[in-house]
Design a protein around this ligand. Structure first.
Ligand SMILES: Cc1cc2nc3c(=O)[nH]c(=O)nc-3n(C[C@H](O)[C@H](O)[C@H](O)COP(=O)(O)OP(=O)(O)OC[C@H]3O[C@@H](n4cnc5c(N)ncnc54)[C@H](O)[C@@H]3O)c2cc1C
Length: 283
């Protein structure tokens, strides 16, 4: 066989991505139309997850609907209740640099700043982070603990979904075919303390366990990486009650190369105590 020839039993993938149609709508209404026009259309935000899973052939959409031109999805504003309204296309870097976030609910920026590296944060959006619902992502447990509300819209109208009901399974959310997440509403702090602790694979790495907590009278604790969706536990905010509540949740986390299920169960308890402790002292 001559040098450079391919042996007959080896197949080589010659292209990085499968062929895919691409559209860049100029209005949200046009985006809804495009998404509804093809059962296998997918919204493209920062592409930090979607393009990677396409490269790995784990997703093969027929049509990418790029949301980059939809300026109405990018603002970060203050809602009528004094809480934060995060446009789905706001990047993690936008969140980190936002005065509104720093003033109203700084934990959101603090957690966004822990995601991966500056390149991912510059391209990755809050909408993409929650819509991909990778169980190791940082924002899903944060949004569940904070009691955030997701606005989901399509040609048929707009609906509000609590963060608790938004996450349905690994890579599955309440966003249906032809719909988009348009914004995330985070309630005003109003005396609520926040905490977020995680153990990751190396610095800026993937979460092994992430725990977000809020304390305002009771503690709301959302545990990530232990199940397909964040596990919400509520308890009194003292250490004994938190420990008991997390044990009572009977977590059954997966084992993988980064940690056994037993280790994750242990981390969930330790990180919940730290997150609630921080939230108690920051409210
Ligand atoms: C090397 C690397 C390390 C990373 N590490 C972390 C980490 O430690 N923690 C973490 O939290 N994240 C991590 N991420 C993921 C990162 O945070 C991405 O920003 C995020 O997962 C996806 O955001 P995106 O805007 O790029 O979305 P995309 O990749 O464009 O989209 C992701 C999914 O969401 C859907 N989608 C996007 N926007 C909408 C919308 N408005 N409405 C409906 N559906 C929508 C898309 O159709 C797609 O299915 C990492 C990514 C990389 C590449």
């Amino acid at each position: 066989m001559a040098r450079g020839d391919t042996p007959p039993h080896v197949s080589i993938q010659l292209v990085l991505l499968n062929e895919v149609e691409y559209a860049r709508p100029e209005s949200v209404a046009e985006a809804f139309e495009l998404l509804a026009s093809n059962d296998n259309a997918r919204a493209l935000a920062g592409g930090q997850t979607l393009v990677n899973v396409m490269k790995q052939r784990l997703a093969a959409p027929d049509l990418l609907v790029d949301l980059a031109e939809l300026e109405e999805l990018t603002p970060i504003t203050v809602g009528a209740d004094g809480g934060l309204e995060l446009g789905a296309m706001a990047t993690l870097s936008d969140v980190i640099g936002s005065d509104e976030v720093a003033e109203r609910r700084p934990i959101v920026a603090e957690v966004a700043a822990r995601v991966a590296d500056v390149q991912v944060r510059n391209r990755g959006t809050v909408g993409g982070n929650v819509c991909s619902n990778d169980p190791t992502n940082h924002l899903p447990p944060l949004m569940v603990a904070a009691g955030a509300t997701m606005t989901v819209a399509g040609a048929g109208g707009t609906r509000s979904v609590t963060a608790e009901d938004f996450f349905l399974g690994v890579y599955m959310t309440a966003v249906g075919p032809g719909e988009l997440l348009t914004k995330i509403s985070v309630p005003p702090a109003g005396g609520t303390g926040d905490g977020f602790f995680s153990v990751t694979v190396g610095n800026e790495g993937t979460g092994i366990v992430n725990v977000a907590a809020t304390v305002n009278g009771e503690a709301r604790i959302a545990i990530g990486c232990v199940s397909a969706v964040p596990v919400l536990v509520t308890s009194r905010p003292d250490d004994d009650s938190v420990r008991e509540a997390v044990r009572g949740a009977r977590l059954d986390p997966p084992s993988d190369v980064h940690g056994s299920g037993e280790y994750r169960r242990h981390l969930a308890e330790v990180l919940a105590l730290r997150a609630v402790g921080h939230a108690r002292s920051s409210g």
